[in-house]
Design a protein around this ligand. Structure first.
Ligand SMILES: NC(=O)c1ccc[n+]([C@@H]2O[C@H](COP(=O)([O-])OP(=O)(O)OC[C@H]3O[C@@H](n4cnc5c(N)ncnc54)[C@H](OP(=O)(O)O)[C@@H]3O)[C@@H](O)[C@H]2O)c1
Length: 250
């Protein structure tokens, strides 16, 4: 299902909503954090680098958008105990969670499978698959406290059609598609809607790493794509469930 990026954000349309974004410090995560906060949502900004998280926080606050919460966490090293603590912190402070956006990812390395570095394979699967699995598992009880909550797993075209040399990253996105679909079926009778989303190409660090020789200027900025996330968190999108979503470049 295609989702238009041409969405006008209305002030306070997400007021009262609490939304957790992983990798909120830069790239697409930062762009969508700014837009969600612009729409009035309280964003729990999860990231591993406190300095850039604080810079992104300042940007939100300096724009007079809803004040976010910083939550430093390294998804590679996080254990079930860390996720348990996060669950408790959200319950104690907000009593519910309305949105969970699994945005953080690592590209790993571009290499054929028969030569793929095993350590990079493990860390890529840990950050891109195991962490979203654990985060989701621990946050389902908190998402259940909301009368209308959404989970979005950031995916990629290489998680829908296999491409040579994309290695652990491509495989991890196939796993994310499977996780998203399985979860959406299991939660069908709850208030939690679950979808995967391919944002298409964006001018970020990840894209530069994957395509070092291309002219980055031709790729859209993440902030031109992120209003679609506000739409996906809005009332208008409340019946979208179990879909493979793709952002539509205008
Ligand atoms: N850009 C594209 O063209 C494109 C295309 C298709 C899909 N996507 C998907 O869109 C999402 C956002 O991509 P992007 O382009 O914004 O990527 P990016 O610029 O590389 O940003 C990745 C984010 O993930 C965070 N992250 C990585 N490892 C982490 C860890 N161990 N713990 C916590 N956070 C960690 C990074 O934090 P640090 O700053 O600490 O590294 C950063 O905030 C990803 O899921 C990606 O797969 C992107």
């Amino acid at each position: 299902m295609n989702i238009s990026t041409n969405y006008d954000i209305t002030k306070d349309e997400l007021k009262g909503k609490v939304i957790l974004v992983t990798g909120a410090n830069r790239g697409f995560g930062k762009a969508l954090t700014l837009d969600l906060a612009k729409a009035g949502a309280t964003v729990i900004m999860l990231g591993r680098d406190l300095g850039s998280l604080e810079t992104a926080y300042d940007e939100v606050v300096n724009n007079n958008f809803a004040e976010p919460i910083l939550y430093p966490m390294d998804l590679e090293g996080a254990t079930p105990e860390h996720y348990q603590q996060l669950q408790k912190d959200i319950l104690d402070n907000f009593g519910k969670l309305d949105g969970l956006i699994h945005n953080a990812s690592t590209i790993g390395t571009m290499m054929p499978i028969d030569q793929y570095d095993i350590k990079i394979w493990y860390s890529t699967m840990q950050i891109n698959v195991n962490a979203p699995f654990m985060l989701t598992q621990f946050l389902i009880p908190v998402l259940n406290k909301s009368d209308d909550s959404r989970v979005i797993f950031l995916s990629s075209s290489v998680g829908r059609t296999a491409r040579a040399y994309w290695g652990a990253y491509g495989v991890s996105k196939f796993a994310i598609e499977g996780l998203s679909k399985t979860l959406s079926e299991e939660l069908e009778k709850t208030n939690i809607k679950v979808n995967s989303l391919d944002p298409r190409r964006m001018r970020t660090e990840m894209r530069r790493t994957a395509y070092p020789a291309e002219n980055a200027e031709k790729n859209p900025l993440p902030e031109s794509m992120s209003p679609a996330i506000v739409y996906l968190m809005s009332d208008a999108a409340k019946n979208i469930n179990g879909e493979q979503l793709t952002l539509e470049l205008d």
